[in-house]
Design a protein around this ligand. Structure first.
Ligand SMILES: Cc1cc2nc3c(=O)[nH]c(=O)nc-3n(C[C@H](O)[C@H](O)[C@H](O)COP(=O)(O)OP(=O)(O)OC[C@H]3O[C@@H](n4cnc5c(N)ncnc54)[C@H](O)[C@@H]3O)c2cc1C
Length: 402
């Protein structure tokens, strides 16, 4: 007898695991398998990020990011509280350095209101009531729901819950080929599915190709380096962010407080050659690096979307003192007096759109028959993971009904 509604999820990061949980809770699937190529779950951007539950005011109101982030923020905070995951309810201030940035600050406020965020804008004089160490030009934004948690702690909790719901986690299983209703993996296993969801992060676009999906996107990965204080610091009360360059999906070097009270500076956005290329040769994937290098050289030559300026600016952050200098624009605290160490970097699996010649700013979901492909799961996909999982499973449940 064939089993009905067998679900396979490829990719064991936060996006895949929250979908597995939601699928199990729905009780609509006879079998839920999650296949991960590595020996452990969640070892890539899922646990190599800032651990900041974003509020959702950066994104243009018609985007999927805007639709998901504020609701995702609420769901993730509620999940953490319910499951006793340690939260740092610090909130964040967004500050400016000049008049031009003031205009962006008001645009962010406007977006935030349209996106349903709890957000306020105040005059400089009030800043010390929120964060006495922050600096601003004339005004600042206050976002009370931007909290921190430990991505590791969340991951462990989710895995435990999924196991109790009978999700079958299979590690060391890299998807290599596929037929209409089956996939084959690196362990030479063949698994049949009725629905398949590709949540392979930086490799999603490659996995989509296995299913015959060709897109106008190319992977253009950027490395996020951090400096982390060697000791816990109680004097910073809030995250301090600059206003971002609205044309790019990166937020600029900022200061964050971890759930364990360490101070982090970063992350950078340094171009790298593969989705797991954490240091010079570590994680270098030669099957992708040539194409990525050619794209980077082309973008450098033509400075499309300001790539050359971005690359030269970010490369200087390979030197510690340049990160300290940049972060010092946000605070009156002398950061040179704090001992910082390099912290494990993460890689932003950013997509470049060959047609528009721009970075794709939004999440991308492609559906082909009974397969679904989550592409460009860049920040704030971690914050959005619970709400994204709900949406994804409701789309599949609709298909099951018909
Ligand atoms: C530096 C940095 C800081 C960030 N800060 C934040 C933040 O503060 N807040 C926020 O909301 N977001 C943040 N993000 C974004 C967030 O981390 C990502 O959006 C999120 O982790 C994406 O999760 P994922 O599950 O899609 O990807 P991943 O965690 O990369 O998981 C994908 C998984 O798929 C597996 N895989 C790949 N190929 C295959 C295959 N062929 N077969 C089987 N498995 C495969 C991989 O091994 C991996 O485990 C940040 C990202 C970075 C890089």
């Amino acid at each position: 007898m064939t089993k009905k509604n067998r679900l396979i999820i490829c990719g064991g990061g936060i996006v895949g695991i929250t979908i597995a949980r939601e699928a199990a809770l729905s009780k609509k699937f006879s079998e839920i398998r999650l296949l991960e190529k590595d020996d452990n779950l969640g070892t890539h951007s899922t646990t190599r990020n800032s651990g900041v539950i974003h509020a959702g005011f950066y994104y243009s109101p018609e985007s999927k990011k805007a639709k998901f982030c504020s609701a995702g923020n609420k769901l993730m905070r509620e999940y953490c509280i319910k499951n006793n995951i340690k939260t740092k309810r610090c909130g964040k201030v967004v500050v400016t350095r000049n008049q031009k940035e003031e205009e962006i600050l008001f645009e962010l406020f406007d977006r935030g209101k349209k996106n349903g965020c709890d957000l306020e804008i105040f005059k400089k004089e009030k800043l010390s009531e929120f964060e006495s160490l922050a600096l601003t030009y004339k005004n600042f934004l206050w976002s009370p729901n931007t909290w921190s948690i430990s991505p590791h702690e969340l991951l462990i909790c989710l895995i435990k819950e999924c196991k109790s719901l009978n999700v079958n986690f299979m590690t060391g299983e890299k998807i290599l080929t596929a037929g209409n209703d089956y996939i084959k993996t690196s362990k030479n296993n063949k698994f049949y599915f009725d629905f398949l969801i590709n949540t392979c992060g930086g490799y999603s676009i490659e996995v989509a190709k296995i299913f015959g999906i060709e897109t106008n996107y190319r992977l253009l990965p950027f490395k996020g380096l951090y400096l982390k204080s060697s000791q816990k610091l109680k004097k910073f009360k809030r995250h301090i962010y600059p206003v971002p360059d609205m044309k790019q999906p990166f937020l600029g070097i900022h200061t964050t407080i971890t759930s364990e009270d360490y101070l982090k500076l970063g992350p950078t956005a340094i171009p790298v050659l593969s989705p797991e290329n954490y240091s010079l040769f570590e994680g270098l994937d030669f099957s992708l690096s040539k194409e990525i290098l050619l794209l980077q050289l082309n973008l450098l030559a033509n400075n499309e979307f300001g790539f050359r300026d971005l690359a030269f600016r970010e490369i200087q952050y390979l030197i510690k003192k340049n990160i300290l200098k940049k972060a010092s624009e946000l605070t009156s605290e002398n950061l040179e007096t704090i001992n910082f160490k390099w912290h494990s970097p993460g890689i932003r699996a950013q997509l470049f759109n060959k047609t528009t010649k721009r970075l794709e700013n939004d999440f991308v979901l492609i559906n082909k028959e009974n397969t679904f492909h989550v592409l460009n799961s860049i920040s704030p996909a971690w914050t959005c993971s619970f709400i994204n999982a709900k949406e994804m499973i409701s789309i599949i449940c609709e298909k099951i009904k018909t």
